[in-house]
Design a protein around this ligand. Sequence first.
Ligand SMILES: *Cc1c(COP(=O)(O)O)cnc(C)c1O
Length: 456
Amino acid sequence: MQVEQVDLAQLAEQFGTPLFVVSESRLRANYRRIRDAFAASWGGSVNVMFAIKTNYSLAVRRILSQEGAGGDAFGPGELMATLVAGTDPARTSLGGSGKATAAIHEAVARGVRITVDALDELPRIAAAARDSGRRAVLTLRSKPRLDELNDYRSVASPYRMGAEIPLGDWVWDNKWGLTLEEACEAVRLIEAAPELDARGVHSHVGRHYGYTPQYVAAVPGLVRWIAELRDQTGWAPAWVNLGGGWAMEDDPVLRGPGSQRLAGGHPEMWAHPRGPIEEIAGEVCAELRRRLAEANLDVPVIELEPGRYIVTDAVLLLSRVVSVKNQPGIARYINVDASVAHFPIPELQDAANPVVVVDRLAEPLDGATAIVGPSCFEDLLSWGRPLPVLEAGDLIAFLGAGACADSYSATTNAIPRPAVVLVADDRADLIKRRETIQDIFNRDQIPERLWHTSPA
Ligand SMILES: *Cc1c(COP(=O)(O)O)cnc(C)c1O
């Protein structure tokens, strides 16, 4: 079995397991597909800003920078990673809530824009602009009432004792964005500060069900918010950033049992097939154009912040079977060297990632199995799937492993994180070395006095 023209068994031999394997051509194709889908539908300028939180490989970021992708960075770490890979600062934004003053200074000094999430950021951004002698370009993160989204039941709300509430209310409850009143105040403050330049409006609802009608339903409330802001202040944005959350047709999370449970509440949910990105882009852009025209708003540029759409299926996690424990009537446990500590999506989000037994496709099936990792948690990577009869040494690949692995990973049981290899045609390059046990404990120190045999 190969990724591009490289044999997986050969990669396991050369780089060891567990191993993340990135396909360069799939990564580029995913980026181009979402960019082209929106460019074709919008008919104007589209800026695609990769949400780096979904993948921390600098080489991945570098490939997307070569493609011309801008960046969405939360905090100084993601900003550093985005810029180190050569991303155009003018197409990069520092987002996030609770921004540290140092991160604001770094962003403004490098010519990165800021997505404003709170009024008290403004005096700090102005000070940073004066210090660096640059005018700071700002996008206002909106907190609109998205009433049309209330047809959709959402995840449990931590603000309401865990009750499951409609999606529009869930977005409203979240910490992000400026209310209309705050945005009016922000525009007044910005217009009084020559070092600040408000240019755009930002919104991010997220992926949730990933059905086309969900994305369309988020548009009217956003446009109402922009129109009211314009009516009250006279200011209108030059661009609208639609955020991330764009779904792949066969996204492992959206196919998993967790999301099926959630979607149970919506009448048309299962009747409506999950559309390709071209359908989503077409309907969202048409709705946005229509609503903007109705409100007499002219917005030439849209921006997107896709993360998972670009990286999810460009990466697989290759692991080796360490031992097999067959307990008839209970389960056949396939112990592998990969762990949900480093690939948390199947467990955290109840996802159904495809599982492939490498080079054993044609073999007989062995009934239901549980593929488990070595940590002290349940560490359930896959369950209930019929697989060939497996033994120690066999290789298993988990597909769709590109999103939120590093960024959600933990050092559970001091198990080092996997290496990452980049495959392009017939070549394979190590792009992140395997973590060592030393790496995990590198930050520790035992004070000298504790080495005495009894307490002082
Ligand atoms: C998480 C996030 C994204 C990326 O979301 P995906 O679902 O991975 O596309 C984009 N923008 C913001 C503000 C986010 O929080």
